[in-house]
Design a protein around this ligand. Structure first.
Ligand SMILES: NC(=O)c1ccc[n+]([C@@H]2O[C@H](COP(=O)([O-])OP(=O)(O)OC[C@H]3O[C@@H](n4cnc5c(N)ncnc54)[C@H](OP(=O)(O)O)[C@@H]3O)[C@@H](O)[C@H]2O)c1
Length: 345
């Protein structure tokens, strides 16, 4: 069978390989036939050794990448009674678990949720990992379908995979949404339906943002050094319930640089410092780390099955094009998700 993997961290190039099919799924595992998958920034980073002390302690290669998928169940392991062979599922798995860039792969049951025919393969191919991260970020900011109505929410990195889903969810729940991204992605943000759109390269417009909740889904890590205009906005306000949540944090960077123990300790210290500093201004501050969650996957699948939900896919290719696109660091980034479909459905 075909699989895409890295043979080492230097240069971290995604390679095409023909490998034996995986063994039968173990207890509480499912075996899946890939229909579609997507690129997430974490895989490009993992390919170059990011998080290796946590994800690949013994330095074993090859490493299969891929954090999400839409796939069909071909076998279930012992103990699984709520998923049947032949069902189509939405998949999201952290880098601690095996990857999805293969014709066939095994994953734990908690990485998948069954989906209905209304959710398209194209959307499902890119929804799992970015979607769960977005949902978990909004949840960390105390936003939900019950609480978001009327709240002023700013999504930074709104043109990305995580940010696009966060904008769609916050709008669906009734929040007033300011979307921040580069000016070139303005049309994308308009199509998502954001109430206000701001270019992060425009300091005056950034300083003018009216929001009580910031959800940061932008690429640069929220570390100790940088000045953060979005945090400054919250500090100037006095409304209750102000929150700053970020998906972009230095945990894995610190682990890569200093090893697991020192890396977790260093980033833990940074986190506490930032939480305390925010609390002094009455702001709830949280880092979000993706966690597998089949119930939340089901929720996303039902929301994105709705024909009125905005499209999150910016580019769609055949599965065989994955290494070429993945390895092309000079390629212009398309907004939303870049997905890859096999000929299966
Ligand atoms: N903590 C976790 O478990 C977890 C899980 C998933 C993702 N993440 C992280 O969350 C971030 C977003 O992921 P993604 O999949 O949405 O990535 P993505 O699709 O590559 O999107 C990145 C976003 O960052 C914006 N951006 C880039 N440079 C920026 C800058 N200098 N200032 C402000 N915004 C900037 C981009 O805007 P333009 O393209 O318009 O410039 C785009 O909206 C990444 O850092 C990723 O590693 C974390």
């Amino acid at each position: 069978m075909k699989a895409f993997m890295i043979g080492g961290y230097n240069p971290g190039t995604l390679l095409s390989a023909t490998v034996p099919a995986p063994a039968a799924p173990g207890a509480n595992q499912v075996q899946l036939a890939l229909i579609g998958t997507s690129i997430n920034p974490i895989d490009a980073m993992v390919a170059r050794g990011y998080g290796a002390p946590l994800f690949n302690r013994r330095g074993h290669f090859p490493v299969m990448l891929g954090r999400d998928a839409v796939a069909r169940v071909v076998a279930v392991g012992q103990g699984i009674t709520d998923i049947q062979t032949g069902q189509r599922v939405l998949v999201a798995a952290s880098p601690r678990i095996g990857g999805t860039y293969a014709d066939l792969f095994n994953l734990p049951r908690h990485c998948v949720a069954p989906i209905g025919p209304e959710l398209s393969d194209t959307t499902a191919a890119g929804l799992g990992y970015a979607g769960l991260t977005a949902l978990q970020a909004l949840t960390a900011a105390n936003l939900s379908a019950d609480t978001a109505r009327g709240k002023q929410v700013c999504i930074n990195g709104a043109s990305g995979g995580v940010g696009s889903v966060a904008v769609i969810l916050a709008l669906r729940w009734g929040a007033t949404v300011t979307a921040v991204a580069s000016g070139q992605n303005r049309a994308w943000l308009q199509r998502l339906g954001a109430h206000q759109i701001v270019d992060y390269r425009d300091p005056a417009a950034m300083a003018d943002i009216a929001a009580d909740i910031i959800v940061n889904c932008a690429t640069p890590a929220d570390d100790d050094r940088q000045r953060d205009p979005l945090m400054e906005i919250l500090q100037r306000r006095t409304s209750p319930g102000r929150a700053y949540v970020t998906t972009s944090n230095p945990v894995l960077g610190a682990v890569t640089e200093h090893g697991v123990v020192r890396g977790l300790a260093t980033s833990g210290k940074t986190y506490l410092k930032k939480r305390l500093a925010a609390r002094r201004h009455g702001i709830r501050y949280r880092w979000v780390l993706f966690k597998e969650n089949p119930q939340q996957l089901e929720y996303l699948a039902s929301l994105f099955a709705h024909p009125g939900t905005a499209n999150i896919v910016g580019a769609c290719h055949g599965f065989t094009a994955l290494p070429e696109v993945f390895n092309d660091s000079a390629a212009a980034r398309t907004p939303g998700k870049t997905v890859f479909l096999t000929s299966r459905s």
